[in-house]
Design a protein around this ligand. Sequence first.
Ligand code: ATP
Length: 563
Amino acid sequence: MSDKSKLNPKDENSPNDSEVITLLEAFDRAVSLLPPGDFSRELLIGLRAEIEAQEEMIGDARDMIEKLEQVIKKVTSPANRIGTFLGSPARDTAQIVVGGADYYCNVDPRVSLTKLQKGTRVLVNEAYVIVGDLGYDTAGPVTKVAEVLGADRIRVGSEHGTQSLVLQRSAQLAKAPLKTGDEVRVDSNYRVALEVLPRPEARDHYLDVVPELPWEKIGGQDEALQAIRDAIELPLLHEELFQKFQHATPKGFLLYGPPGCGKTLIGKATAYNLTKQLRNKSGADMREYFMHIKGPEILNMWVGESERMVREIFATAREKRREGYVPFLFIDEAESILGTRRASRYSSILSTLVPMFCTEMDGIDSLNEVVIILASNRADLIDPAILRPGRIDRKIKVNRPNKRGAQEIYRIYLTDDLPYDRGIPGMEENKGAAIDALISRLLEKQFAKREENRLLEVTLRSGRKEALYRSDVISGAIIASIVERAKAMAIKRAIASGNDEGISETELQVAFNAEYLENEILPATDIVEDWLKLIDYDPENVVKISPVRPLAGGKPSQSSSVI
Ligand code: ATP
């Protein structure tokens, strides 16, 4: 029953004057005064139900109006602003920034001022009183640290012509180890750095695995390996002696030569062997950190960010040194990022990259800090500033293997523990000697200056034409691939026959032929630079290179390269 309608009955049945009763209660009392069986009593009871229903309706309507009033109040009251809390300059006073303007303001006693942290978001009312703590924002603009200024401030955004700003560190960043180049998320008022973002591209993006690679796993490169060991191993392992003689040591070296001849392999072997020797010398558990920087691949990433990236690469290398690693910076296809202007269509980038790289390199004390290895097929295109004494002044040629080198490389891949065809002469009696002899026989055929081995014709500026044979463009990569092909053929044969068969001499020769016919040894396009990489001629002297036979595998039929 609704109690909304109240009465103050004045009749003698009323318990007392102060009692307040509802209309329905009064009605009930009146009905109870009628004698039982009175005709009007029935009538009044019916009337009562009607009054009761009406009272309920009025009550509901009143509730509804109240709710509506609340909604109207909500939608017409002004929104609370959100600001960034900067600190508490005095008791009960907060400094905040709202929409770019600073305020000294009061704090609602229900909000604990001592719990507010620098950089946290706060809710303020119309009077700019802090009425709520919203905690740290989880989204917002990201910028790069240009400089760390003491313990609590950083400078950001000096690159690409953007305005430089000094930010405070938020409470949660107070102890974070920040450095130049780090990415930080900033509050929407651009006053406080809130979070350091991990930098996958700088951290381990360039990291490459160095397998177990003793020098013996590189064939036919004795001279190059000796030059590296003299240039890098000796100064590191006999540091005191070099200091005593005041002998200048290089900061790294340039490996140059045709593709597939082992430049990357040698770079990794240097890292493996050097670290191993340093580990043995110092007794400390040193590990290599091999940063493999692929010139063209990252050139795109560098567009507009070149300086930062160079700084970052060197900073990562130095940091790894501090962490106890031996860092190696291997820059593949170095001419694409460290070339002279004519080496690249990105000539404007190179004009900032090369000096930047030189500055960073000059900042390196010695090999002890970072070992830099450049690799290139076109060393003639590398900017001479990079190759000046005191920088990368050791240039080491990684040649195509000659017959003896090819023998060594074949032997690295045709190991004693592989299964060989029993028909190969001497295989049953002396396996090692039989494999050596097998390789010699293969090389007799493969290095023969016969018509079937003729591959290219080079026209020189003097008008002279020279023939190049398959062996003139052979490489470690080709030999490794020939052996893999032969293995695949032997496996197929073993499956088909169900017998325990091994690699045969014929398979190795067939694999050799297939490698030259099917593989990508000759460039698919007529891009001059690609053809020049193949041959060991001075590019200035070559007028034309053309294949002797039409190319297989859907390559262009005209298949010649005019320079
Ligand atoms: P590119 O100029 O195309 O980068 P590269 O000179 O760096 O070529 P690598 O990548 O080192 O050549 O060689 C490719 C593969 O060929 C190696 O992983 C290795 O299997 C084999 N290889 C090349 N040269 C040799 C070598 N001298 N001894 C043993 N294996 C070799």
